[in-house]
Structures are given as C-alpha cells and as structure tokens.
Design a protein around this ligand. Sequence first.
Ligand SMILES: Cc1cc2nc3c(=O)[nH]c(=O)nc-3n(C[C@H](O)[C@H](O)[C@H](O)COP(=O)(O)OP(=O)(O)OC[C@H]3O[C@@H](n4cnc5c(N)ncnc54)[C@H](O)[C@@H]3O)c2cc1C
Ligand code: FES
Length: 367
Amino acid sequence: MSETKYLFKRDHTWWVKIAVPRTLRKELGYDLRRSLHTADLEDARAARDQIVAEFRERIAEARERQEAAAGAPACRASAESQPAAGFEITERQDFSDATYLLEVHHPMLARAAAPGQFVVVISHERGERIPLTIADFDRKAGTITLVVQAVGKTTREMQKRCQVGTRLSGLVGPMGIPSEIGGARKVVCVGGGLGVAPIFPQLRAFKQSGAYVIGVVGFRNRELVFWRDKFEEYCDEFIICTDDGSAGIKGLVTDGIEQALERHNDVDRLVAIGPPIMMRACAETTRPHGIETIVSLNPIMVDGTGMCGGCRVQVGDKTRFACVEGPEFNGHEVDFDDLMSRLRRFSTQEKQALDAWSKATDGAELG
Ligand SMILES: Cc1cc2nc3c(=O)[nH]c(=O)nc-3n(C[C@H](O)[C@H](O)[C@H](O)COP(=O)(O)OP(=O)(O)OC[C@H]3O[C@@H](n4cnc5c(N)ncnc54)[C@H](O)[C@@H]3O)c2cc1C
Ligand code: FES
C-alpha cells in the first residue's frame, strides 16, 4: 500500500478521500472526503486510518440498506407494510413570507454532514432537483435543517407542499467539500439573504475549534431577523445589519465588517455566504487588508456530481466545478461578473415556469 493511499493535497492541506461504489452514489454522493486540517504528511497518515474505517462503515451500511430494500418486496406480506418512500419533514418554521425552515429526518445524512456541505432535494416525484445548503444537523435526532427562500417555481411550490408529516421525494448528500475550519484564530463569518442560515454551521465549528468568532449578518429589516439566539450562543461578537436600522446597525454587511476590522487588526479569515453581489463586496472590503476570504458560490447546478458542467465558475485562471470542487473558493480570485451573468441565463424560462405554476395552482390545494 502506498504511503499516501486515500490522501490528497489541496491548498496545502491534506485530505482523505474514498471513492463511493457506483451503485451507492445516489445515496452517498460521488466520493467521501474530509479535510485533515494539516499540511504535515506524518500527521495526515496518523489521522487517516480512523476516517477511512468510518467511511468504509458508511459504505457497508448503505450497501446493507440497499440489499435489504432489494430483497424486501418478496418478503413483505402486503403493500401496506412497506415503509413510506422519501424523507419525512419533522419540523417547519416560517421566518417570514418568503423564508422557511424544514427539518428533515435522514439519520445517515445527519451523521455524515459537515459545515459547508449541501444537499440536492427533489420535493415530489416530478419535481426539479435543487441544491440547498445544510444549515444545521443533529446527529442524535438524525435530522438535517434546511432554510429556504422562496424565489421561483420550485422553492414556492415547496413552501406550499412541505408541511410537517409530508415527505421529500429525494434527498441526496452531503455534497461538496466541507469547509476548512482549522488554522484560523480570529474569524469573521458573514451571512446575508440566502446565506444567513448556511453560515451558521461554520460559525459554530470555528467557535468549537477555539477561534475568536465575529458574526455579521444582514437583513432588510427587524421583522426578517431569525436565529439571533443561536448565533449569539457561538459568537464572541455579533453584529446585525439592517437596511433601515430597525435592528442592529443601519447599513450593509460590509459596514458590519468595517466595524469589526476597526476593532480587530488581527482577523486572519473571513467567510461570506450570500448573494454574489454581497460576496463580491465582502471580498473587496478585505482585499486591502490582505485577509484570507472564502466565499460559498451558488451557480445553477444540475446533476451536482461534476458531470454536466452546469456549475462552472471562473476562479483565478481556472475553470472550476462548484459542486465537486467547491462550493467554497478564494473570494479574491472569483470572477463574480461571470457568475452573475450565468445565473441570469435562464431568467425567461424561470419566469415562464413560475407563471405557469402560479396559474395552475391559483387557489388550488396541493397534496
Ligand atoms: C450550493 C448551493 C447551495 C444553495 N443553498 C441554498 C439555501 O440554503 N437556501 C436557499 O434558499 N437557496 C439556496 N441555493 C439556491 C437555490 O438552489 C435556488 O434558489 C433554487 O434552485 C431556485 O429554484 P426555483 O425554481 O425556486 O427558482 P428559479 O426559477 O430557478 O429562479 C428564481 C430566481 O432565483 C435565482 N436563482 C436560481 N438558481 C439560483 C442559485 N443557484 N443561486 C441563487 N439564485 C438562484 C434565479 O436567477 C432567479 O432570479 C443554493 C444554491 C447552491 C448552488
Ligand atoms: S452541477 Fe453538474 S457539474 Fe456541477
């Protein structure tokens, strides 16, 4: 066995990776990887075996489940005794007219999830696949939390359909490379719009790793603020920014970042999640200070497995696939103009889909 078996290096850090058998990729994702948070090969080798064993266990469990499912119909006495298909929604909260939280039961996913990763959801049999960040996970309860903004046809349809006790037809993940948490002593974690909930698991992981954590979150106004207590529990400093000043400071998240940087000249990393225009502004705020800046990109994704090329982004002089090589990248190198123009490519079709769905469901109850 080669000394670096299962190990690979990315951005000066060793990672462990195991390819998932083709038949299990739908359930487990393309491959299983985890950062070892070290640049030292000896340390990486020492940490490798336990993680490889853990990954093998997950593959074995998935295989057992698959075999049981394949063998089960013949053993079942009747169709009634078959377990319900899909993944049960165990909790729902509505933070505003447009933002809602879904807690979904999927013990294996909850066990495997790491900060920075996402899932692909299909809400019903004929539904579209959409990527959503894992905003929280509870390994004990076997649940993951998604926070969704209703912006178009699928997210609005889910807003109507997804109630406690109903099921998501498909849920695949965890996908993407987990966030790199180690190595930072003072971190600013920024979330705005779609990015407020997804920044939470990283912020918590930074705090748990011993870093000093400054949270900066942006909302339009006080009514839209959510998870204040959750953030405060893990932040050494927490800055809320609202457009109208009705909560926290009046201004954008960049004003919150400026305030944090005035107080601290030793911030060594900033992580930003939100609309591309916000992430670009965050990267421009930190550039003169030379602070490492990580952004989580949200290009349109189709398969989520690196096969279709739909999620291409330009980072430095390279084309990267956000679904398998990201979604996190160096914010100072991302071509945000390219990302924003690619996000607009299907706006006509998106509008048509929303109009047709709105017309078809106007006043109708969805089952
Ligand atoms: C890795 C990743 C993680 C994501 N995590 C979350 C999350 O946690 N919560 C959440 O609410 N959304 C998240 N998104 C965005 C979400 O997938 C899209 O909002 C969703 O697919 C839109 O589908 P729709 O049919 O409702 O809207 P569409 O009709 O497809 O689009 C409606 C509007 O939303 C914009 N839009 C479409 N796709 C995206 C996208 N990928 N990112 C940003 N804007 C988009 C369109 O440009 C359009 O203006 C994530 C996207 C990615 C790639
Ligand atoms: S979504 Fe298809 S390659 Fe990334």
